[in-house]
Design a protein around this ligand. Structure first.
Ligand SMILES: Cc1cc2nc3c(=O)[nH]c(=O)nc-3n(C[C@H](O)[C@H](O)[C@H](O)COP(=O)(O)OP(=O)(O)OC[C@H]3O[C@@H](n4cnc5c(N)ncnc54)[C@H](O)[C@@H]3O)c2cc1C
Length: 467
């Protein structure tokens, strides 16, 4: 009897030890272990691109995402029976045929070219000629911007004034400037660094190549690209939490040293990691939503202080009757100096003819606070003769990225004084912590889907070289 007890006890202890070991192995696999997983924070396109690279290198990873869905700032919704993009919409520089174009063509992402030169300026609902103002501004821009340099960095407005003697004198001047600067950066010419804007000059030109701006118009949404990248990185189902992806998991703290890291989530879960790649936005980093321990190096903080999130809010409004038609321009620009807004006529080919829809974009400044429909209708009333009222609206949707805790602004900008050293300081790993995302695409590449892809991939490659 006694012997049997001892045997049973030994078997029991062995089983317990086996269970503990198995549990420890499972936990270590799931939670990483100091020499195990890489934790990627954020399931936007930068996080997905980093994951794809780690998968290629055979490095285990898990992505933790605060929201209930993947895609980050690439997000869509159903509106007027079609899918519309609330965040990123265009593949910029489409004719370059780079990685994003390849990803898009892999999944046959539907889209149309955008003719930004199909635009007109309006005052009090009437079209006004802006050809003289456009020519003067374009000449000033072509003269001033190439002279801007990092040693004597200044704002776009200062550079235009200093190098070309140009200042906005009329409301048309202001609108012309806003169409070039605010529409691209979500910040005004009074804020954006002249040294960092040269890539955007084509917006005004009559020789503008419409094929280079691919407007995504796909019922799966632009973020179908993100889902495809994640699936190829091994995430079986991007709509729910699984082994490689944790949704609804907001990171509150990252503790790290030379050998590993510990990532803490708002729900109490703690993940041990070999290294961490953070792809959260500049706005999130500046907000201290995540406590880094030790804190980010001073040179990183200084660099973050020389960047700012732009504000860019899209409000889609569908009217019961057509307000703009096929014969109206694609882009209608209200002339004024205090608010940067424009109205995109979606009720025409190749966009959504028959939809009676417009897209009002609110750039920079205070963004959209409070009465978003009122703000949109005010913009529409500046460009149409027959005034619109709330009663004429069938439906509207919008997303305010400024107030979204997981974004805190639309996309990053570099301000006066940001240099290549700042870029290097941000992209250099701090022990086992790596920063990535659209703000860090390259020395001159930021604020776009392409920049986020470049950064996610490059950061994962750097990490693999270092570990
Ligand atoms: C309105 C708007 C229009 C735009 N238009 C264009 C365009 O036409 N073309 C273009 O190329 N680009 C455009 N952009 C920019 C483009 O969307 C971004 O550059 C790109 O999508 C950023 O990708 P990302 O992966 O770096 O960041 P994100 O997409 O922001 O991904 C980061 C992820 O991290 C998550 N996260 C944040 N904090 C935490 C946390 N604490 N814990 C866990 N997860 C967290 C977020 O939820 C998010 O999913 C636009 C952006 C906006 C907002």
């Amino acid at each position: 009897m006694r012997k049997r007890y001892i045997v049973v006890a030994v078997i029991g202890v062995c089983a317990l030890i086996a269970t503990i070991v198995a549990l420890a192995v499972t936990l270590s696999r799931r939670n990483g272990g100091r020499d195990g997983l890489v934790v990627i924070i954020g399931a936007g396109i930068a996080g997905a691109s980093a994951a794809a690279e780690l998968k290629r290198a055979g490095q285990p990873f898990v992505i933790v995402e605060g929201r209930s869905q993947v895609g980050g700032r690439m997000t869509n919704t159903l509106f007027a029976n079609v899918s519309v993009e609330l965040g990123a919409n265009w593949i910029h520089d489409y004719t370059a045929r780079g990685e994003l174009e390849e990803l898009a063509s892999r999944i046959d992402l539907n889209g149309v070219p955008t003719d930004f030169s199909d635009s007109a300026y309006y005052s009090d609902g009437s079209k006004v000629s802006a050809s003289v103002e456009k020519t003067k501004f374009t000449n000033a821009w072509s003269k001033a911007i190439p002279l801007a340099n990092s040693d004597d960095d200044q704002t776009v407005l200062q550079a235009l004034s200093k190098h070309a003697g140009w200042k906005p004198k009329t409301e048309i001047d202001c609108a012309v400037m806003q169409y070039t600067v605010d529409y691209a950066f979500g910040l005004s010419a009074r804020q954006v660094s002249a040294f960092h804007v040269d890539l955007e000059t084509e917006i005004l030109g009559d020789e503008y190549d419409s094929a280079s701006e691919y407007f995504v118009k796909d019922n799966r949404g632009y973020n179908a690209v993100v889902k495809d990248v994640l699936e190829r990185a091994g995430v079986n189902d991007t709509s729910k939490t699984g082994e490689l992806l944790m949704l609804n998991s907001n990171v509150t703290a990252v503790e790290y040293n030379g050998t590993g890291a510990r990532v803490k989530l708002g729900n109490g879960v703690v993940l041990d990691a070999r290294a961490v790649i953070s792809t959260v936005s500049l706005g999130v980093l500046q907000s201290n939503m995540i406590q880094f321990k030790p804190p980010l190096q001073q040179k990183k903080k200084n660099a973050l202080g020389k960047m700012a999130m732009g504000s860019y809010t899209k409000i889609y409004v569908q009217f019961k009757q057509p307000v703009l038609t096929e014969s109206d321009p694609l882009i209608l620009l209200p002339t004024n100096c205090d608010r940067a807004r424009n109205v995109q006529n979606l009720n025409k080919e190749p966009f959504f003819p028959g939809s009676n829809a417009v897209l009002v974009t609110v750039m920079g400044g205070e963004g959209v606070k409070g009465d978003e429909l009122g703000i949109a209708l005010t913009a529409v009333n500046q460009v149409v003769k027959q005034k619109v009222t709330r009663e004429m609206v069938a439906h509207y949707v919008y997303k305010n990225f400024d107030e979204d805790p997981f974004t805190q602004g639309a996309y990053s900008n570099r301000l006066v004084g940001f240099t290549s050293d700042d870029f290097d300081a941000l992209t250099a790993p701090q022990q086992s912590l790596y920063l990535a995302g659209e703000m860090l695409g390259g020395q001159e590449e930021y604020g776009s889907v392409k920049a986020a892809i470049t950064s996610g991939k490059a950061t994962a490659e750097l990490l693999m070289r270092n570990i």
